[in-house]
Design a protein around this ligand. Structure first.
Ligand SMILES: [Zn+2]
Length: 115
């Protein structure tokens, strides 16, 4: 019996296969947000409201996250925290491939944003 050693996912960088998968997800999300923003732009001004404003703001923020994640992928820093450089858990990237911060940094950022 040959034991297969699998490195623990939480201290491993994404493999090229995983990176390709995350890129596909990010590109799908970018496309989705682009379409969403276009639909919102195409709305009759009479239909604009706080809800459509909030939707557009959310879509723009999501687009920004997706774009910067794709940029990090191009520059080779994808998968590490943008603040402290710690490796991000693959399981988190699988759920949210656009995340750029580890959990402690994320928490700190949201706390200071509330101040
Ligand atoms: Zn961090």
């Amino acid at each position: 019996m040959t034991p297969i050693s699998v490195p623990p996912a939480h201290d491993a960088r994404p493999t090229p296969v995983q990176l390709a998968m995350f890129r596909t997800q990010l590109e799908e999300q970018r496309q989705f947000r682009l379409e969403q923003l276009e639909e919102l732009r195409a709305l009759d001004p009479g239909h604009l409201s706080e809800v459509t404003d909030a939707l557009a703001a959310g879509a723009r923020a999501a687009m920004h996250d997706v774009r910067t994640a794709l940029h990090r992928m191009d520059t080779g820093s994808y998968g590490t925290c943008t603040d402290c450089g710690a490796l991000l858990a693959i399981e988190r990237l699988e759920v949210l491939p656009q995340v750029g911060q580890c959990l402690p940094c994320r928490r700190e950022a949201s706390v200071s944003a509330e101040r």
